[in-house]
Design a protein around this ligand. Structure first.
Ligand code: HEM
Length: 447
């Protein structure tokens, strides 16, 4: 077995947690530069963490030996907010829930959501046109969070959340912040019961978010029986356990609804924000995109058949997901001892695959930091390892909303640049911040 390079500990008690907490993105990248593609860096005396930065490693953990791995310690914090929903559950229970939800994401069913998506985008653009008329700048990431949460609520749960949308976004943002703080604290796992400022922030927002989610569920239970619903919420409500014949209880329903709602809105809105930023800082790519939109759509609203034809738009999104992957890291915990690439991985080790680092790895990508959607054109990537680019994960836990997100982002980007043009507000700081998802730390202000 090869010895695994060790990142020297900063502090005996907190080990490397503080460096990680300061900036997880540069922490993983700087250590790769110093120690290579595999290294050990522990975040507390109780958390042994191995970091793997090669696509071959990712394939091993997510596919080849996926059975030996469960979700890492960080998902435990996520479980506090999302309960035992699709992202955080494990084993047979997860498989059963995945099978129930899967048909809602089938291509044919997604096609029927086109109008819901384009209608929400149109409404957003009416608002943006007023900003334009008033010469008013705005934070595009906040606007896009409104859009994707509106689409998620309508498409998955046939619910209109316009009355309490600001509250929903506030809850998601605050839960995101408090969970990130817990993950980045050396003692986060042991202090969840103490009423610290952070824990109080978590409790308050979880309570408010729960009320909204239960309201959505309750409304459906009380809906007129003549109304026919053909959405994910209905599938969850009608699903029966094969053995007991029982339906899901309210708590389980809440867990699934809150999971899909959160996973389905924050990721896409971040990706769209970064796409706009990259296009505005690369005007020739933006012109190429606008040219495609003109050729494929002219002035009309996109339909489902346009989705395949908007090929450059698709490449822009793939390249954005490479440079700014909303899920910037994927983590697992070994159940039993394992071996990979000559390294021993003992049971209980936290295995980290930093998507951010692999997506910018100089051995895998030419000019890794430059924005070049053409990397995804035709045969250009044919020699690239499949897991050099894995924004939606892989294997059995592959993102269930991948096609949903691609459709939503393609329609949004094409309609936005079909109708409007913008500039970035000058002298603003734009930086990614690794929270639960990769957010623009200070927003992205445009005019
Ligand atoms: C740009 C958009 C998105 C990105 C980058 C993304 C990324 C990911 C990744 C990397 C995973 C795997 C996590 C792991 O293996 O630990 C995942 C899982 C998941 N995603 Fe997404 N996601 C996106 C959009 C969506 C949308 C729109 C939905 C729902 C409507 C969604 C729902 C889920 C769910 C439920 C899981 C857990 C699946 C399972 O384990 O069975 N995601 N996502």
């Amino acid at each position: 077995m090869k010895p695994i390079p060790q990142v020297p500990v900063e502090n005996f008690i907190t080990r490397n947690m503080l460096a990680f907490a300061r900036n997880p993105l540069s922490f993983f990248e700087n250590n790769r530069i110093k120690f290579g593609d595999v290294y050990e860096s522990n975040l507390s005396p109780f958390l042994r963490m191995f970091v793997f930065c090669k696509p071959e490693h990712v394939k091993h953990f997510l596919i080849d030996n996926a059975k030996n791995y469960k979700k890492s310690f960080a998902y435990g914090f996520l479980r506090r907010a999302l309960g035992n929903g699709l992202v955080t559950s494990e084993g047979d229970f997860w498989l059963r829930q995945r099978r129930i939800a899967q048909p809602a994401f089938h291509r044919d069913r997604l096609a029927s959501l086109t109008q819901v998506m384009t209608q929400s985008i149109k409404e957003m653009l009416v608002k943006w046109t007023t900003y334009q008329q008033n010469n008013q700048s705005f934070d595009v990431s906040e606007e896009l969070m409104h859009l994707t949460s509106d689409i998620a609520a309508k498409a998955l749960f046939s619910s209109d959340i316009s009355g309490f949308q600001d509250k929903v976004i506030d809850c998601i943002n605050n839960l995101n912040l408090s969970i990130s703080n817990m993950i980045k604290s050396p003692f986060g796992r042991f202090t969840t019961w103490i009423p610290t400022k952070n824990n109080r922030l978590f409790d308050k927002n979880q309570k408010e978010f729960n009320q909204i989610i239960y309201h959505i569920i309750e409304n459906r239970r009380n809906a007129n029986s003549n109304n026919v619903y053909n959405d994910l919420l209905q599938m969850l409500l009608e699903a029966k356990d094969e053995e007991t014949g029982e339906s899901m209880n309210d708590l389980q329903l809440r867990d699934e609804v809150i999971t899909l709602f959160s996973a389905g809105s924050e990721t896409s809105s971040n990706a769209l924000s970064w796409a706009i930023y990259l296009l505005l800082t690369n005007p020739e790519k933006k012109e190429k995109l606008k040219q495609e939109i003109k050729e494929v759509l002219g002035g009309r609203t996109p339909q489902i058949h346009d989705f395949q034809k908007l090929t450059y738009t698709n490449q822009v999104i793939q390249e954005t997901l490479r440079l700014y992957p909303p899920a910037w890291v994927v983590g697992r915990e070994a159940k039993e001892d394992d071996e990979i690439d000559g390294y021993q991985v003992p049971a209980k080790t936290q295995v980290v695959m930093p998507t951010w680092v692999i997506h910018r790895h100089p051995d895998l990508w030419e000019n890794p930091h430059s924005f070049s959607p053409e990397r995804f054109e035709g045969e250009n990537g044919k020699n690239r390892h499949k897991f050099a680019h894995f924004p939606f994960g892989g294997g059995p836990r592959f993102c269930i909303g991948n096609n949903f997100a691609m459709m939503e982002m393609t329609f949004a980007l094409s309609m936005i640049f079909q109708q409007l043009d913008f500039e970035l507000v000058e002298n603003q700081k734009i930086e990614p911040e690794a929270m639960v998802t990769l957010k623009p730390k200070y927003g992205i202000w445009i005019k």
